[in-house]
Design a protein around this ligand. Structure first.
Ligand code: TRP
Length: 331
């Protein structure tokens, strides 16, 4: 039987280069491999922990959906859907809540980070924490276990969530009998430390991202904001700089070596940024065209997601029927 690969993106902001190289690109490569059967989705109910309103939800939801398609996901080859269309997911979520120790959730990084911040500034420990944030890892486990996933391609920041999903599968299997696969994370080692404009990790929360799909002009302006040192043209540049880290993402190793040579020989930062813009823009352009095409034909995207949801639910229903039998609610 083919191994199942599943991954999701939460629509809480515009997809950026860190998301693309860290997760989307490797996930799409796997989706094109015939040894695997792919489930790719938009985790819109996960986004509810932070989104403020319906317009924002719509905006980011289509951004993620069109990004998946523009980057090469083929909805005829994989099952492509949005989480909120799969009611079985939320039913399984509730069942899984009952085999999940509260202590396991207390140790989840995202939750713990808010608690620690509250403690540091003397606020109530629960300040700003809703139950969506607290239960987030259980819903994620449900997303994954519902389809019998074997592998989950994710960025490094999601590693703990997959470990938790594995633990939850194990608790359920031990209590009721083996029904769930224990999934494994697939992490793209080479792209784990994608830096942002300022050299820190690229992250929406640092405001240092480069959005994947914008106009050429915005891309150029964003690249111009990459922080450099104050060395003048003619002075040798450190090839360990942020700008060079970006350049390497878009080119072959041969071209990367040529560029490093130029930096060592004193290429000015202004010129270097121009060259980076050229290679980045050439790389992104064909995908960007597709992206804007889908953004202008949202009815096509809606249709694909509806078809996907049907296919996903057919599989999900089988799993859930097994689970209901084991817990005794099938009659
Ligand atoms: N938590 C993931 C993120 O923030 C999104 C996500 C939700 C996910 N459910 C998933 C990823 C299941 C992989 C598998 O990016």
């Amino acid at each position: 039987m083919k191994k199942r690969v599943l991954s999701g993106i939460k629509p809480t902001g515009y997809v950026h280069l860190g998301n693309y190289f860290g997760m989307i690109k490797p996930a799409i490569e796997l989706s094109q491999n015939n040894d695997y059967e792919g489930y790719y989705f938009i985790a819109d109910y996960h986004a509810l922990t932070t989104l403020e309103n319906a317009e924002q939800m719509q905006e980011y939801l289509y951004n993620v959906a069109c990004t998946w398609l523009a980057c090469g996901l083929d909805p005829n080859k994989v099952v492509f859907y949005k989480q909120s269309d799969i009611p079985e997911d939320f039913e399984l979520f509730w069942i899984l809540c009952n085999v999940t120790p509260k202590g396991l959730m207390n140790r989840a990084h995202a939750y713990k980070a808010v608690v620690e911040k509250n403690n540091e500034c003397g606020a109530d420990v629960d300040f700003g924490i809703n139950m969506g944030l607290y239960n987030y890892p259980i819903l994620m486990a449900s997303d994954i276990l519902l389809f019998g996933s074997d592998y989950v391609p994710v960025g490094l920041d999601q590693k703990q969530h997959i470990e938790i999903a594995r633990d939850i599968a194990h608790y359920f299997n031990k209590k009721y009998g083996s029904v769930f696969n224990e999934p494994e994370e697939l992490i793209q080692e080479s792209c784990q430390l994608l830096v942002g404009l300022d050299g820190r990790k690229m992250s929406k929360s640092y405001g240092n991202t480069i959005q994947l799909f914008t106009t050429e002009e915005v891309l150029r302006k964003t690249i111009n904001k990459i922080v450099t040192d104050s060395k003048l043209p003619g002075e040798p540049k450190d090839v360990d700089c942020t700008l060079n880290k970006f350049y390497k993402l878009f080119v072959s190793s041969e071209k990367a070596n040529e560029f490093e040579e130029k930096l060592r020989n004193g290429l000015g930062w202004g010129e270097a940024k121009k060259e980076l813009f050229e290679v980045a823009n050439n790389y992104i352009k064909p995908m960007r065209e597709k992206y804007f095409y889908y953004m202008e034909h949202k009815e096509l995207v809606d249709k694909m997601l509806q078809d996907g949801a049907k296919r996903a639910r057919a599989v999900a229903k089988e799993y859930l029927a097994e689970v209901r039998k084991l817990i005794g609610t099938d009659k």
